[in-house]
Design a protein around this ligand. Sequence first.
Ligand code: AMP
Length: 286
Amino acid sequence: MQVVDTVAAFRGSLDVTRRAGGTVGLVPTMGFLHEGHGSLMHRSVADGNDVTAVTIFVNPLQFAANEDLAAYPRDLDRDLALCEEAGAALVLVPSVEEMYPEPILTTVSVAGVSERMEGAARPTHFAGVATVVAKLFNMAGPCRAYFGEKDFQQLAVVRKMAFDLSFPVSVVGCPIVREADGLAMSSRNVYLSPEERVAARVLWRALDAARGRIEGGERSAATIAGTLAEIVAAEPLATLDYAEVVDPRSLEPVLLPLVPGQEVRLIVAAQVGRPRLLDNLGVKVP
Ligand code: AMP
């Protein structure tokens, strides 16, 4: 496994791969890696990409001034061991100066899918994500790029950006990896105290219960969203931010009664102690 800290070395290495007829799988991350990130690398390897390239970069552009940029957890040695174990062949670990050598005047923003939910809670977040992902796509060149459904809205924003701006990149969404009790793995789970860690299970419990209601015949999206909200609100250590039943492509709330065969995404966000936790679940209406 090759570890580089310059864009030129990263681009050069992937150009060599492609010139020899090889394909590239790209896995962008902010580090402090866990099995969720590992699953993206495993998927890239399983898809037959000749080189799985991981980027580890805590992107200042996607953090607001009051957020946890300085405190974001980091452990490069452990991250590199996980990358190697998961089959990565190339890792880019750039400095902020390497990624943003000059004050940035050009940004990418995606209307529509980035405006509600996380976009409403964190107004500058998705432009920061779209901009750094656009840069990473240009650095990596033609490739498949792997993103987790854990950040479902981010995946939609990245897909739309890649499509609208004709990036030669095929965006692949990968399932959420969970702890044994259902909590979605996240680098920010490290912020949870032991009591908050127990309380954090409420997100998965709410999603599972809402799915149960759909499978039990409930067809009102508003009622299902209400179930999600009530369960989260009943947990004293959690503060609900939003609970929604949305169309998985447009991310717009479902307004009409659910119909058999319809696919919906249940999405929930709540503050539990220091971190905001996100989770979601796809359900096909029986
Ligand atoms: P992050 O390092 O948090 O920016 O995440 C990097 C990538 O890993 C994103 O595409 C995330 O959606 C994905 N990811 C994070 N947690 C999980 C998880 N529990 N399961 C699957 N993918 C994940």
